[in-house]
Ligand binder design. Sequence first.
Ligand SMILES: C[S@@+](CC[C@H](N)C(=O)[O-])C[C@H]1O[C@@H](n2cnc3c(N)ncnc32)[C@H](O)[C@@H]1O
Length: 478
Amino acid sequence: MAEIPSDFLERYREVLGDELLQELVRFLFKPLRRALRVNTTRISPEEMKRRLEDKGYRLEPVPWAEEGFWVYGESEEKSSGKELYHMMGLYYIQDASSMVPPKVLNPQPGEMVLDMAAAPGGKATHIAALMKGEGVLVTNEPLLYRAKVLVGNMERMGVRNSAMTLLRGNSFGWRFPNFFDRILLDAPCSAEGSTRKEEGFFKNLWNLSYIRRAHNVQKALIVSAIHALKPGGVLVYSTCTMTPEENEAILAHALSAFGSKVEVLEVRLPGLKTMEGIVTFEGRTFPEEVKKVARIWPFLNDTEAFTLFMLTKREETFPAAVRRGRQPEGRLLGKMIDSGMRRKLLEFLKPYGDFEFLKKERLVFSGDHIWYQPRKFLPLFERATLNRAGVKAIRVYNNGTFRPTHAFLLAFSEYFTGFKRELDEEEAFRFAGGENLPDSREYPREFVPLFFQGYPLGWGKKNEEILLNKLPTPLVLR
Ligand SMILES: C[S@@+](CC[C@H](N)C(=O)[O-])C[C@H]1O[C@@H](n2cnc3c(N)ncnc32)[C@H](O)[C@@H]1O
Protein backbone atom coordinates (compact mmCIF):
# COMPACT_ATOMS: atom_id res chain seq x y z
CA MET A 1 0.00 0.00 0.00
CA ALA A 2 3.02 2.22 0.50
CA GLU A 3 3.07 3.44 -3.08
CA ILE A 4 -0.54 4.69 -3.08
CA PRO A 5 -0.56 8.42 -2.20
CA SER A 6 -2.36 9.17 1.06
CA ASP A 7 -4.43 11.86 -0.72
CA PHE A 8 -5.80 9.21 -3.02
CA LEU A 9 -6.74 6.94 -0.13
CA GLU A 10 -8.39 9.71 1.87
CA ARG A 11 -10.49 10.85 -1.07
CA TYR A 12 -11.93 7.39 -1.62
CA ARG A 13 -12.26 6.61 2.09
CA GLU A 14 -14.72 9.51 2.23
CA VAL A 15 -16.66 8.10 -0.71
CA LEU A 16 -16.52 4.36 -0.09
CA GLY A 17 -15.92 3.86 3.65
CA ASP A 18 -13.18 1.63 5.06
CA GLU A 19 -14.41 -1.73 3.88
CA LEU A 20 -14.96 -0.87 0.20
CA LEU A 21 -11.75 1.15 0.18
CA GLN A 22 -9.95 -2.08 1.08
CA GLU A 23 -11.69 -3.73 -1.87
CA LEU A 24 -10.63 -0.91 -4.16
CA VAL A 25 -7.02 -1.16 -3.02
CA ARG A 26 -7.09 -4.90 -3.52
CA PHE A 27 -8.12 -4.40 -7.16
CA LEU A 28 -5.84 -1.45 -7.97
CA PHE A 29 -2.89 -3.65 -8.82
CA LYS A 30 -4.61 -6.91 -9.59
CA PRO A 31 -3.49 -7.97 -13.09
CA LEU A 32 -6.14 -7.19 -15.63
CA ARG A 33 -7.90 -9.97 -17.49
CA ARG A 34 -7.26 -9.56 -21.20
CA ALA A 35 -10.43 -8.96 -23.24
CA LEU A 36 -11.25 -8.62 -26.91
CA ARG A 37 -14.19 -7.36 -28.91
CA VAL A 38 -15.19 -9.19 -32.06
CA ASN A 39 -15.60 -7.10 -35.21
CA THR A 40 -19.18 -8.11 -35.93
CA THR A 41 -19.13 -6.50 -39.37
CA ARG A 42 -16.80 -9.36 -40.39
CA ILE A 43 -17.39 -12.39 -38.21
CA SER A 44 -19.91 -13.57 -35.65
CA PRO A 45 -18.86 -13.77 -31.99
CA GLU A 46 -19.53 -17.55 -31.97
CA GLU A 47 -17.36 -18.13 -35.03
CA MET A 48 -14.52 -16.01 -33.65
CA LYS A 49 -14.71 -17.84 -30.33
CA ARG A 50 -14.56 -21.18 -32.09
CA ARG A 51 -11.54 -20.17 -34.19
CA LEU A 52 -9.58 -18.83 -31.22
CA GLU A 53 -10.45 -21.84 -29.09
CA ASP A 54 -9.11 -24.04 -31.88
CA LYS A 55 -5.83 -22.20 -31.35
CA GLY A 56 -5.76 -23.06 -27.68
CA TYR A 57 -7.25 -19.96 -26.07
CA ARG A 58 -10.22 -20.11 -23.74
CA LEU A 59 -12.84 -17.42 -24.19
CA GLU A 60 -15.35 -16.38 -21.59
CA PRO A 61 -18.24 -14.08 -22.59
CA VAL A 62 -18.43 -10.54 -21.23
CA PRO A 63 -21.97 -10.42 -19.79
CA TRP A 64 -22.78 -6.88 -21.00
CA ALA A 65 -21.50 -7.20 -24.58
CA GLU A 66 -22.27 -10.27 -26.69
CA GLU A 67 -19.33 -9.29 -28.93
CA GLY A 68 -16.88 -9.22 -25.98
CA PHE A 69 -14.83 -12.05 -24.45
CA TRP A 70 -12.16 -12.42 -21.83
CA VAL A 71 -9.24 -14.40 -23.24
CA TYR A 72 -7.31 -16.94 -21.20
CA GLY A 73 -4.43 -19.17 -22.18
CA GLU A 74 -2.00 -16.48 -23.36
CA SER A 75 1.68 -17.08 -22.81
CA GLU A 76 4.99 -15.50 -23.69
CA GLU A 77 4.92 -17.15 -27.11
CA LYS A 78 1.20 -16.92 -27.66
CA SER A 79 -0.62 -13.58 -27.50
CA SER A 80 -4.05 -12.81 -28.92
CA GLY A 81 -2.72 -9.32 -29.79
CA LYS A 82 -0.26 -10.94 -32.20
CA GLU A 83 -2.61 -13.37 -33.89
CA LEU A 84 -3.28 -13.14 -37.60
CA TYR A 85 -6.96 -12.64 -36.85
CA HIS A 86 -6.11 -9.50 -34.89
CA MET A 87 -4.00 -8.12 -37.69
CA MET A 88 -6.85 -8.87 -40.09
CA GLY A 89 -9.22 -6.73 -38.02
CA LEU A 90 -11.45 -9.56 -36.86
CA TYR A 91 -11.21 -8.32 -33.29
CA TYR A 92 -9.94 -5.45 -31.15
CA ILE A 93 -8.12 -5.87 -27.83
CA GLN A 94 -9.65 -3.66 -25.15
CA ASP A 95 -10.77 -3.85 -21.54
CA ALA A 96 -14.31 -5.08 -21.04
CA SER A 97 -15.22 -1.78 -19.33
CA SER A 98 -14.40 0.09 -22.57
CA MET A 99 -17.19 -1.81 -24.29
CA VAL A 100 -19.73 -0.14 -22.02
CA PRO A 101 -19.98 3.41 -23.49
CA PRO A 102 -20.71 2.32 -27.09
CA LYS A 103 -23.25 -0.25 -25.88
CA VAL A 104 -24.98 2.39 -23.78
CA LEU A 105 -24.81 4.92 -26.62
CA ASN A 106 -26.51 2.33 -28.83
CA PRO A 107 -25.85 4.01 -32.22
CA GLN A 108 -28.12 2.93 -35.05
CA PRO A 109 -27.29 2.32 -38.72
CA GLY A 110 -27.95 5.47 -40.74
CA GLU A 111 -27.43 7.96 -37.93
CA MET A 112 -25.06 10.94 -37.71
CA VAL A 113 -22.74 10.12 -34.80
CA LEU A 114 -19.78 11.94 -33.24
CA ASP A 115 -16.94 10.44 -31.21
CA MET A 116 -15.47 13.67 -29.89
CA ALA A 117 -12.25 12.26 -28.36
CA ALA A 118 -11.67 9.19 -30.45
CA ALA A 119 -8.04 8.05 -30.55
CA PRO A 120 -6.83 5.34 -30.55
CA GLY A 121 -10.26 4.17 -31.68
CA GLY A 122 -11.34 1.36 -29.34
CA LYS A 123 -14.77 2.84 -28.94
CA ALA A 124 -14.95 4.40 -32.42
CA THR A 125 -14.43 1.03 -34.11
CA HIS A 126 -17.09 -0.44 -31.81
CA ILE A 127 -19.54 2.35 -32.69
CA ALA A 128 -18.79 1.80 -36.39
CA ALA A 129 -19.58 -1.91 -36.04
CA LEU A 130 -22.86 -1.14 -34.27
CA MET A 131 -23.75 1.21 -37.15
CA LYS A 132 -23.09 -1.64 -39.63
CA GLY A 133 -21.33 0.70 -42.05
CA GLU A 134 -24.44 2.86 -42.55
CA GLY A 135 -24.72 6.54 -41.63
CA VAL A 136 -21.78 8.74 -40.72
CA LEU A 137 -19.39 8.47 -37.82
CA VAL A 138 -17.26 11.56 -37.24
CA THR A 139 -14.16 10.76 -35.22
CA ASN A 140 -12.23 13.63 -33.71
CA GLU A 141 -8.75 13.73 -32.24
CA PRO A 142 -6.66 16.89 -31.87
CA LEU A 143 -3.28 15.18 -31.47
CA LEU A 144 -1.84 14.19 -34.81
CA TYR A 145 0.28 11.29 -33.57
CA ARG A 146 -2.76 9.78 -31.86
CA ALA A 147 -4.95 10.50 -34.90
CA LYS A 148 -2.58 8.39 -37.03
CA VAL A 149 -3.11 5.41 -34.73
CA LEU A 150 -6.85 6.03 -34.96
CA VAL A 151 -6.70 5.90 -38.78
CA GLY A 152 -4.72 2.66 -38.65
CA ASN A 153 -7.30 1.04 -36.38
CA MET A 154 -10.28 2.27 -38.39
CA GLU A 155 -8.69 0.88 -41.56
CA ARG A 156 -7.75 -2.41 -39.92
CA MET A 157 -11.33 -2.87 -38.76
CA GLY A 158 -12.61 -2.09 -42.29
CA VAL A 159 -14.67 0.98 -41.38
CA ARG A 160 -16.08 2.72 -44.45
CA ASN A 161 -18.48 5.32 -43.08
CA SER A 162 -16.23 7.51 -40.98
CA ALA A 163 -14.71 10.95 -41.30
CA MET A 164 -11.95 12.40 -39.16
CA THR A 165 -11.32 15.88 -37.81
CA LEU A 166 -8.28 17.14 -35.91
CA LEU A 167 -10.14 19.74 -33.84
CA ARG A 168 -10.32 20.66 -30.21
CA GLY A 169 -13.62 19.25 -29.05
CA ASN A 170 -14.65 22.71 -27.86
CA SER A 171 -15.35 23.83 -31.41
CA PHE A 172 -18.08 21.27 -32.18
CA GLY A 173 -20.75 23.23 -30.31
CA TRP A 174 -20.56 26.29 -32.53
CA ARG A 175 -19.62 24.44 -35.70
CA PHE A 176 -22.35 21.82 -35.46
CA PRO A 177 -25.16 23.12 -33.20
CA ASN A 178 -28.06 20.63 -32.81
CA PHE A 179 -26.52 18.37 -35.42
CA PHE A 180 -25.64 14.87 -34.18
CA ASP A 181 -28.06 12.04 -33.32
CA ARG A 182 -25.58 10.57 -30.85
CA ILE A 183 -22.35 11.72 -29.31
CA LEU A 184 -19.74 9.89 -27.33
CA LEU A 185 -17.48 12.11 -25.25
CA ASP A 186 -14.87 9.73 -23.85
CA ALA A 187 -13.02 12.58 -22.26
CA PRO A 188 -9.28 13.03 -21.70
CA CYS A 189 -8.95 12.33 -17.98
CA SER A 190 -6.63 11.48 -15.10
CA ALA A 191 -6.93 7.77 -16.05
CA GLU A 192 -7.04 6.29 -12.56
CA GLY A 193 -8.51 3.21 -14.22
CA SER A 194 -5.12 2.39 -15.68
CA THR A 195 -3.44 1.38 -12.38
CA ARG A 196 -4.00 -2.23 -13.35
CA LYS A 197 -1.86 -1.94 -16.47
CA GLU A 198 0.50 1.03 -15.78
CA GLU A 199 2.89 -0.10 -13.11
CA GLY A 200 4.24 3.33 -12.24
CA PHE A 201 0.88 5.09 -12.40
CA PHE A 202 0.88 6.62 -8.91
CA LYS A 203 4.54 7.53 -9.02
CA ASN A 204 4.54 9.08 -12.46
CA LEU A 205 1.05 10.09 -13.47
CA TRP A 206 -1.24 10.81 -10.53
CA ASN A 207 -1.50 14.29 -9.05
CA LEU A 208 -4.25 16.61 -7.90
CA SER A 209 -3.29 19.45 -10.18
CA TYR A 210 -3.71 17.20 -13.22
CA ILE A 211 -7.19 16.28 -11.99
CA ARG A 212 -8.06 19.99 -11.73
CA ARG A 213 -6.74 20.68 -15.23
CA ALA A 214 -8.66 17.75 -16.68
CA HIS A 215 -11.81 19.00 -14.94
CA ASN A 216 -11.50 22.38 -16.68
CA VAL A 217 -11.02 20.81 -20.12
CA GLN A 218 -13.95 18.45 -19.53
CA LYS A 219 -16.30 21.31 -18.57
CA ALA A 220 -15.67 23.01 -21.90
CA LEU A 221 -16.04 19.71 -23.77
CA ILE A 222 -19.38 18.72 -22.22
CA VAL A 223 -20.88 22.14 -23.00
CA SER A 224 -19.67 21.88 -26.57
CA ALA A 225 -21.00 18.33 -26.90
CA ILE A 226 -24.46 19.29 -25.60
CA HIS A 227 -24.72 22.13 -28.11
CA ALA A 228 -23.72 19.73 -30.90
CA LEU A 229 -26.44 17.24 -29.91
CA LYS A 230 -29.80 17.21 -31.71
CA PRO A 231 -32.89 17.61 -29.54
CA GLY A 232 -33.95 14.06 -28.71
CA GLY A 233 -30.39 12.81 -29.32
CA VAL A 234 -28.28 10.83 -26.88
CA LEU A 235 -24.98 11.90 -25.36
CA VAL A 236 -22.75 9.55 -23.39
CA TYR A 237 -19.95 11.05 -21.33
CA SER A 238 -17.34 8.63 -20.01
CA THR A 239 -13.97 8.62 -18.31
CA CYS A 240 -11.61 5.87 -17.23
CA THR A 241 -11.21 7.55 -13.89
CA MET A 242 -12.96 7.63 -10.52
CA THR A 243 -12.61 11.25 -9.42
CA PRO A 244 -15.86 13.10 -8.68
CA GLU A 245 -14.25 16.24 -10.16
CA GLU A 246 -14.14 14.60 -13.59
CA ASN A 247 -17.52 12.89 -13.43
CA GLU A 248 -20.28 14.10 -11.10
CA ALA A 249 -18.88 17.66 -11.15
CA ILE A 250 -18.99 17.63 -14.95
CA LEU A 251 -22.61 16.52 -14.96
CA ALA A 252 -23.39 19.17 -12.34
CA HIS A 253 -21.74 21.76 -14.58
CA ALA A 254 -23.86 20.63 -17.55
CA LEU A 255 -27.01 20.85 -15.47
CA SER A 256 -26.20 24.33 -14.28
CA ALA A 257 -25.38 25.48 -17.83
CA PHE A 258 -28.41 23.92 -19.56
CA GLY A 259 -30.99 23.46 -16.78
CA SER A 260 -34.18 21.79 -17.96
CA LYS A 261 -32.98 21.74 -21.58
CA VAL A 262 -31.19 18.49 -20.76
CA GLU A 263 -32.48 15.37 -19.09
CA VAL A 264 -30.21 12.86 -17.40
CA LEU A 265 -30.98 9.26 -18.36
CA GLU A 266 -30.39 6.07 -16.40
CA VAL A 267 -27.42 3.97 -17.53
CA ARG A 268 -28.39 0.33 -17.47
CA LEU A 269 -26.75 -2.55 -19.23
CA PRO A 270 -27.87 -6.09 -18.42
CA GLY A 271 -25.04 -8.02 -16.81
CA LEU A 272 -23.07 -4.94 -15.72
CA LYS A 273 -22.79 -4.03 -12.04
CA THR A 274 -22.58 -0.32 -11.28
CA MET A 275 -22.85 1.92 -8.23
CA GLU A 276 -24.59 5.26 -8.18
CA GLY A 277 -22.89 8.64 -8.45
CA ILE A 278 -21.52 10.58 -5.49
CA VAL A 279 -23.61 13.47 -4.19
CA THR A 280 -21.27 14.95 -1.58
CA PHE A 281 -17.52 15.19 -1.83
CA GLU A 282 -14.97 17.28 0.06
CA GLY A 283 -17.64 19.61 1.38
CA ARG A 284 -19.35 20.09 -1.96
CA THR A 285 -22.90 18.88 -2.67
CA PHE A 286 -23.96 18.10 -6.23
CA PRO A 287 -27.58 17.99 -7.43
CA GLU A 288 -29.39 14.69 -6.70
CA GLU A 289 -29.42 14.00 -10.46
CA VAL A 290 -25.75 12.99 -10.27
CA LYS A 291 -26.86 9.74 -8.63
CA LYS A 292 -27.56 8.67 -12.22
CA VAL A 293 -23.83 8.68 -12.89
CA ALA A 294 -22.89 5.00 -13.26
CA ARG A 295 -19.71 4.10 -11.42
CA ILE A 296 -17.91 0.99 -12.54
CA TRP A 297 -15.54 0.50 -9.63
CA PRO A 298 -12.89 -2.10 -10.50
CA PHE A 299 -14.11 -4.45 -7.77
CA LEU A 300 -17.65 -4.63 -9.17
CA ASN A 301 -16.94 -6.50 -12.41
CA ASP A 302 -13.17 -7.09 -12.14
CA THR A 303 -12.36 -4.51 -14.86
CA GLU A 304 -10.58 -1.20 -15.08
CA ALA A 305 -12.37 1.66 -13.30
CA PHE A 306 -14.83 3.48 -15.53
CA THR A 307 -17.47 6.12 -14.95
CA LEU A 308 -20.19 7.38 -17.26
CA PHE A 309 -23.44 9.25 -17.59
CA MET A 310 -25.98 9.67 -20.33
CA LEU A 311 -28.30 12.52 -21.19
CA THR A 312 -30.66 13.75 -23.85
CA LYS A 313 -31.54 17.26 -24.97
CA ARG A 314 -35.12 18.52 -24.87
CA GLU A 315 -34.80 21.57 -27.13
CA GLU A 316 -32.37 23.35 -29.44
CA THR A 317 -29.48 25.23 -27.87
CA PHE A 318 -27.04 27.70 -29.41
CA PRO A 319 -23.67 28.64 -27.98
CA ALA A 320 -22.78 32.32 -27.55
CA ALA A 321 -20.50 32.24 -30.60
CA VAL A 322 -23.44 31.24 -32.84
CA ARG A 323 -25.70 33.86 -31.27
CA ARG A 324 -23.01 36.42 -32.05
CA GLY A 325 -23.10 35.26 -35.67
CA ARG A 326 -19.93 33.17 -35.87
CA GLN A 327 -20.11 31.08 -39.03
CA PRO A 328 -18.27 27.81 -39.40
CA GLU A 329 -16.30 27.20 -42.53
CA GLY A 330 -14.89 24.09 -44.04
CA ARG A 331 -13.01 23.00 -47.10
CA LEU A 332 -14.13 20.22 -49.37
CA LEU A 333 -11.69 17.35 -49.44
CA GLY A 334 -10.97 16.40 -53.04
CA LYS A 335 -12.65 16.91 -56.41
CA MET A 336 -15.20 14.61 -58.03
CA ILE A 337 -13.52 12.29 -60.52
CA ASP A 338 -14.68 12.69 -64.10
CA SER A 339 -16.67 10.08 -66.00
CA GLY A 340 -13.60 8.93 -67.96
CA MET A 341 -11.71 8.16 -64.76
CA ARG A 342 -14.76 6.42 -63.27
CA ARG A 343 -15.11 4.19 -66.34
CA LYS A 344 -11.43 3.34 -66.23
CA LEU A 345 -11.63 2.53 -62.54
CA LEU A 346 -14.65 0.23 -62.96
CA GLU A 347 -12.87 -1.51 -65.82
CA PHE A 348 -9.82 -1.98 -63.60
CA LEU A 349 -11.93 -3.42 -60.79
CA LYS A 350 -13.98 -5.80 -62.98
CA PRO A 351 -11.89 -8.97 -62.48
CA TYR A 352 -11.89 -8.41 -58.71
CA GLY A 353 -15.63 -8.74 -58.28
CA ASP A 354 -18.85 -6.82 -58.53
CA PHE A 355 -18.05 -3.15 -57.96
CA GLU A 356 -20.92 -1.81 -60.06
CA PHE A 357 -22.30 -0.05 -56.98
CA LEU A 358 -19.42 2.42 -57.32
CA LYS A 359 -21.08 3.73 -60.50
CA LYS A 360 -23.51 5.68 -58.34
CA GLU A 361 -21.27 6.53 -55.42
CA ARG A 362 -19.51 9.84 -54.95
CA LEU A 363 -15.83 9.24 -55.74
CA VAL A 364 -13.36 12.06 -55.31
CA PHE A 365 -9.74 12.61 -56.12
CA SER A 366 -7.56 14.00 -53.34
CA GLY A 367 -3.78 13.97 -53.06
CA ASP A 368 -2.92 11.06 -55.33
CA HIS A 369 -5.83 8.82 -54.32
CA ILE A 370 -9.41 8.17 -55.29
CA TRP A 371 -11.61 8.23 -52.20
CA TYR A 372 -14.97 6.61 -51.64
CA GLN A 373 -16.83 9.50 -50.10
CA PRO A 374 -20.63 9.19 -50.11
CA ARG A 375 -22.88 12.26 -50.35
CA LYS A 376 -23.94 11.97 -46.76
CA PHE A 377 -20.55 13.42 -45.78
CA LEU A 378 -21.23 16.68 -47.63
CA PRO A 379 -23.04 18.58 -44.82
CA LEU A 380 -19.93 18.09 -42.67
CA PHE A 381 -17.69 19.95 -45.10
CA GLU A 382 -19.76 23.11 -44.77
CA ARG A 383 -18.83 23.28 -41.10
CA ALA A 384 -15.33 21.91 -40.71
CA THR A 385 -12.34 20.86 -42.71
CA LEU A 386 -12.19 17.12 -42.56
CA ASN A 387 -8.80 15.50 -42.62
CA ARG A 388 -10.29 12.29 -43.91
CA ALA A 389 -13.72 11.28 -45.12
CA GLY A 390 -14.71 7.85 -46.39
CA VAL A 391 -12.20 5.33 -47.66
CA LYS A 392 -8.84 6.15 -49.23
CA ALA A 393 -9.39 3.56 -51.90
CA ILE A 394 -7.13 3.63 -54.96
CA ARG A 395 -3.77 5.22 -55.60
CA VAL A 396 -3.48 6.76 -59.07
CA TYR A 397 0.01 7.01 -60.53
CA ASN A 398 1.15 9.73 -62.95
CA ASN A 399 1.06 7.25 -65.82
CA GLY A 400 -2.63 6.61 -65.08
CA THR A 401 -2.25 3.16 -63.50
CA PHE A 402 -4.08 2.16 -60.32
CA ARG A 403 -3.05 0.56 -57.07
CA PRO A 404 -5.82 -0.51 -54.67
CA THR A 405 -5.17 0.20 -50.99
CA HIS A 406 -5.23 -2.07 -47.97
CA ALA A 407 -8.10 0.05 -46.57
CA PHE A 408 -10.15 -0.57 -49.73
CA LEU A 409 -9.71 -4.34 -49.49
CA LEU A 410 -10.70 -4.41 -45.83
CA ALA A 411 -13.60 -2.00 -46.11
CA PHE A 412 -15.18 -3.70 -49.15
CA SER A 413 -14.02 -7.29 -48.75
CA GLU A 414 -17.46 -8.76 -49.41
CA TYR A 415 -17.39 -7.38 -52.97
CA PHE A 416 -14.19 -9.28 -53.82
CA THR A 417 -16.00 -12.19 -55.43
CA GLY A 418 -13.68 -12.40 -58.45
CA PHE A 419 -10.08 -13.52 -58.67
CA LYS A 420 -8.07 -13.73 -55.48
CA ARG A 421 -5.67 -16.09 -53.83
CA GLU A 422 -6.53 -17.97 -50.66
CA LEU A 423 -3.43 -18.62 -48.56
CA ASP A 424 -2.90 -21.63 -46.32
CA GLU A 425 -1.93 -21.02 -42.70
CA GLU A 426 1.79 -21.27 -43.24
CA GLU A 427 1.71 -18.88 -46.21
CA ALA A 428 -0.55 -16.49 -44.31
CA PHE A 429 1.91 -16.34 -41.40
CA ARG A 430 4.82 -15.74 -43.70
CA PHE A 431 2.91 -13.00 -45.47
CA ALA A 432 1.82 -11.41 -42.17
CA GLY A 433 5.49 -11.42 -41.13
CA GLY A 434 6.33 -9.29 -44.17
CA GLU A 435 7.67 -12.01 -46.50
CA ASN A 436 7.15 -12.18 -50.24
CA LEU A 437 5.59 -15.43 -51.49
CA PRO A 438 6.55 -17.60 -54.46
CA ASP A 439 3.76 -17.69 -57.03
CA SER A 440 3.78 -19.01 -60.59
CA ARG A 441 0.07 -18.48 -61.35
CA GLU A 442 -1.32 -16.10 -63.91
CA TYR A 443 -3.67 -13.35 -62.76
CA PRO A 444 -5.70 -10.77 -64.67
CA ARG A 445 -4.15 -7.90 -62.67
CA GLU A 446 -0.75 -7.48 -61.03
CA PHE A 447 -2.30 -6.63 -57.64
CA VAL A 448 -3.67 -9.81 -56.10
CA PRO A 449 -6.07 -9.82 -53.12
CA LEU A 450 -4.90 -12.38 -50.57
CA PHE A 451 -7.37 -14.06 -48.25
CA PHE A 452 -7.01 -16.42 -45.33
CA GLN A 453 -9.91 -18.64 -44.30
CA GLY A 454 -12.18 -16.43 -46.40
CA TYR A 455 -11.13 -13.15 -44.72
CA PRO A 456 -9.01 -10.47 -46.40
CA LEU A 457 -5.36 -10.34 -45.41
CA GLY A 458 -3.69 -7.84 -47.76
CA TRP A 459 -2.38 -7.26 -51.26
CA GLY A 460 0.40 -9.05 -53.07
CA LYS A 461 1.94 -7.65 -56.25
CA LYS A 462 2.77 -10.17 -58.91
CA ASN A 463 6.30 -9.77 -60.17
CA GLU A 464 7.55 -12.65 -62.31
CA GLU A 465 7.41 -15.72 -60.01
CA ILE A 466 6.87 -13.77 -56.82
CA LEU A 467 4.06 -12.06 -54.95
CA LEU A 468 5.59 -8.97 -53.41
CA ASN A 469 4.32 -8.20 -49.94
CA LYS A 470 2.24 -5.00 -49.91
CA LEU A 471 1.11 -5.13 -46.31
CA PRO A 472 1.29 -1.67 -44.65
CA THR A 473 4.44 -1.69 -42.50
CA PRO A 474 2.71 -1.02 -39.13
CA LEU A 475 0.62 -4.18 -39.60
CA VAL A 476 3.54 -6.55 -40.17
CA LEU A 477 3.69 -9.08 -37.33
CA ARG A 478 7.16 -9.24 -35.80
C1 LIG B 1 -9.62 8.73 -23.13
S1 LIG B 1 -8.84 9.11 -24.59
C2 LIG B 1 -9.98 8.51 -25.79
C3 LIG B 1 -9.96 7.01 -25.98
C4 LIG B 1 -10.81 6.58 -27.15
N1 LIG B 1 -12.16 7.05 -27.03
C5 LIG B 1 -10.81 5.08 -27.32
O1 LIG B 1 -11.75 4.41 -26.94
O2 LIG B 1 -9.84 4.53 -27.89
C6 LIG B 1 -9.08 10.83 -24.75
C7 LIG B 1 -8.58 11.46 -26.03
O3 LIG B 1 -8.95 12.84 -26.03
C8 LIG B 1 -7.96 13.56 -26.71
N2 LIG B 1 -8.10 14.99 -26.34
C9 LIG B 1 -7.31 15.74 -25.56
N3 LIG B 1 -7.77 17.01 -25.51
C10 LIG B 1 -8.86 17.05 -26.29
C11 LIG B 1 -9.76 18.08 -26.67
N4 LIG B 1 -9.63 19.34 -26.21
N5 LIG B 1 -10.77 17.78 -27.51
C12 LIG B 1 -10.93 16.51 -27.96
N6 LIG B 1 -10.11 15.50 -27.64
C13 LIG B 1 -9.09 15.77 -26.81
C14 LIG B 1 -6.67 12.91 -26.23
O4 LIG B 1 -5.61 13.20 -27.10
C15 LIG B 1 -7.07 11.44 -26.20
O5 LIG B 1 -6.74 10.82 -27.40
